[in-house]
Design a protein around this ligand. Sequence first.
Ligand SMILES: Cc1ncc(COP(=O)(O)O)c(C=O)c1O
Length: 517
Amino acid sequence: MRVLVSEMVLTNSRRPSGTPMPESLSNGQQGADYDSTVFRSTLGLAPVVDFETAVLAGLAPDGGLYVPATLPQITDSQLRQWQNHGYPELAFEVLSLFIDDKVMPAADLRSLVHSSFSTFGHPKVLPHHQLEDDCSVQELFHGPTLSFKDVAMGFVVNLFDYFLTRRGERRTLMVATSGDTGPAAAHASIGRQSIDTWLFFPRGLITDEQMRQMTTVMSPNVHAVAVDNCHNGSDDLDVMISSCFADTEFVEEMQLSSVNSVNWARVMTQTVHYVYGYLQHAKNVGDPVNFAVPSGAFGNVCAGAIARRMGVPIGHFIVANNANTVLGEALSSGTFARPDIKNTLASAIDISVPMNFWRHLYFSLKGDTDRLRDAWQTYVADGVVEFSVQERAAFADGFLTHAVTDDAILETTRETWHDENYLLDPHSAVAVAAARHHRKSVEGPIVCLATAHPAKFPETIRLALGALPLAGAHPSLVEAQTACQRMYICDAAHMQQSIPEVMRQVMRASVETQRDR
Ligand SMILES: Cc1ncc(COP(=O)(O)O)c(C=O)c1O
């Protein structure tokens, strides 16, 4: 049986005036069509599962990504009611559209959400900073590891812990990182009885600050692995992890799962900051607000596109790439390829395999898993897939793209510091440069997503400004400079054989230790 995405799905860049909204929904209730027990794989070959199973699995057994068969909807009247909500309460409202009482009681959800954002270092959780030209910055980096990954990771790991404790089970999480997911997962995993977290990072291709945010975590269930000679950055690590997931015996033995953005819960949680950003910037509900998003694996912008499909009247997404332009090319030409990585100053988006693009394709192509499977097979076999003009029109509607060079990253950092006294990290600079490029192409405010604190990239800031201003430091990173580090080191050439074996040994040793207690 083929289940189509909700009839309510909107394909226009903005909800056209006069388009009827889904029937009025009471606050915090899911849309008529959404069913938390019906999650499918984008490749269509895995059995339908419920929300909890999809989250705990991370990746579907056919190698696809889990998606809800239909999306809940958000009405204008809900948006008006939420206008004065603080971030945690808004997050509760939006997430309760996905997480109904079949999944968990509302009181538990509220408490999970509030505790997830209590670790943020700013009273507003995600404050905004106004720039010139009706552009603003949404600061997503006030979480414990100073990047936007904290915004969803804290909640997702809490969700894992909640489900696993309820079931009396454990999971082993394998996390590949281009620099920021790893620290967020490490921090969120500290002291958890229900999970062991393995972090794999391409040594030399992330900053020292990012590395220490993983290697200085001493919790016995958190294991950092430095992988040397990753010629394709974190994409090489994704390949290794995919092959671990393809080994069903290993998956079973280790109870393997993923909290990378292949996990639906990460993308779902990231829809909230678009609703928040929208409400902070729309003068009236219904006015367009645009988002400029520094993009790598397409998880963040995919979440924004989902928020728009749910009814948030977002105008355009400006997909901001560095020199790794696969997303820009796919959206502008319909050719989706996987070229080699180019190393840039915005290293966390040095990614050429944007897995969440497949989720976006699923919704854009109205749940046609036959087509997705065919496209996926071509992409894997040939390294490139061509989409038709009609297909591209469906998935690129309301998207603009811009590629930002290293020179432009430095120039934008300099200009914004000197003219507006505001310090950007290199990824946020990619967003701001792309927003400025497209300022005249879109109507309404542009919200640039600031995805990392500048203190994580001091070398680039020094390169741009000649010195590191006070705003480019953070006490937690200064402390990590002298803290003890612990990590495994492996060469990319051997990781395929050695890593599963090391993980097995560590798991056996930890089981024995627990038995002896
Ligand atoms: C600082 C920063 N900005 C942007 C991104 C891109 O986000 P996504 O991979 O969801 O596109 C990442 C992670 O990959 C990141 O760490």
